[in-house]
Ligand binder design. Structure first.
Ligand SMILES: Nc1ncnc2c1ncn2[C@@H]1O[C@H](COP(=O)(O)OP(=O)(O)OP(=O)(O)O)[C@@H](O)[C@H]1O
Length: 298
């Protein structure tokens, strides 16, 4: 396996021909043996970034290295070492899950018997074994999505890109995908996964890249990012009636979130408000995200 970083993005930029910036000077690193999660809302630039790194889209600026190879000048070297689940991918409706995974591996150079054994392993891990011989047109949207993820994660590729792999999946399916993703990374490969789901990011990320409006807003291990904001607690008010506190806040529907630097301040806030319910919680990724992207709670 190659040494150094699995993915290096240096000021990677994409300005589409219509003038829209898909990504603006995106810089981050993803390591082997880690799950790196690119977290951002719709339109943030996640797919654009992944497509550039997976050699599907030519950057208009900056540089991308995958497994040590330049994504433009050495695209074929990169392609040999990666697997990708594109955002909109589905399987050929004529293929069964077993055929899709097995023949994909054979096309990548595996023997038929090894491909069968590996396909069996991942189909079982993802709860697809019972439907392994059903043609694609008899599968649900979520099952088809999982088959595509199975194809990529069966490969053992050095670097795997998963663009929103759990979109449309039920809770159990999500958990099975999260499990296989974690195991894949612990075998030494790099996984770069995009999502807009905070819970997914919490569950999976060794390293987080927060992206907003095409730019990286913050990057680091989740714990480090949590301590990068000046608040440790949030006081959540449902349907507030009285608020005698002028500090940082965020309004979300009929909820008001007030931020506190420490437990003492959180208790003081709680004593100065009246609402249908008042709860004190530790800050989470969502608060970190809002702080770094929307200027939330400043
Ligand atoms: N082919 C294209 N031509 C012009 N603009 C594009 C194109 N593809 C994407 N964009 C724009 O680039 C920006 C980033 O889009 P991108 O698809 O990378 O976001 P995303 O973070 O993956 O969003 P989502 O979570 O909705 O998939 C958006 O403003 C989008 O409208």
């Amino acid at each position: 396996m190659a040494r150094g970083e699995a993915v290096v993005a240096e000021s990677l930029s994409k300005r589409y021909p219509n003038g829209v910036w898909g990504a603006r000077e995106v810089s981050f690193r993803a390591s082997y043996g880690r799950v790196t999660v690119v977290l951002g809302p719709n339109g943030a630039g996640k797919t654009t970034t992944v497509k550039m790194l997976a050699t599907l889209l030519r950057p208009t600026g900056g540089r991308g290295l995958v497994a040590g190879f330049d994504v433009v000048r050495e695209a074929w070297e990169v392609r040999r070492r990666i697997a990708l689940v594109p955002q909109e991918a589905s399987i050929d409706p004529n293929l069964t899950p077993m055929e899709a995974v097995k023949w994909y591996l054979v096309a990548r150079g595996w023997s038929v018997s090894d491909a069968y054994a590996r396909a069996r392993e991942v189909l079982e891990e993802l709860g697809l074994w019972d439907v392994r011989d059903r043609p694609g047109w008899h599968l649900s949207g979520g099952q088809k999505r999982k088959v595509v993820t199975a194809m990529a994660l069966a490969t053992g590729a050095e670097v795997v890109f998963l663009d929103e792999p759990s979109t449309g999946l039920d809770v159990e399916s999500k958990y099975s995908v999260w499990g296989i993703v974690r195991r894949y990374a612990s075998s030494g490969s790099a996984v770069l996964l995009t999502t807009h789901d905070m819970r997914e990011a919490e569950a999976l990320a060794d390293h987080l890249v927060l992206i907003s409006e095409g730019r990286v807003a913050a990057e680091g291990p989740p714990q480090e990012l949590r301590s990068s904001i000046p608040y440790r607690y949030r006081v959540v008010l449902r349907r507030p009636r009285r608020v005698e506190w002028s500090g940082p806040r965020l309004e979300i529907g009929d909820m008001l979130v007030l931020y506190a630097r420490d437990r003492g301040e959180a208790s003081e806030i709680a004593s100065r408000v009246d609402a249908e319910s008042v709860t004190i919680e530790e800050v989470g990724l969502e608060d970190v995200y809002l702080y770094h992207t929307r200027g939330g709670a400043r």
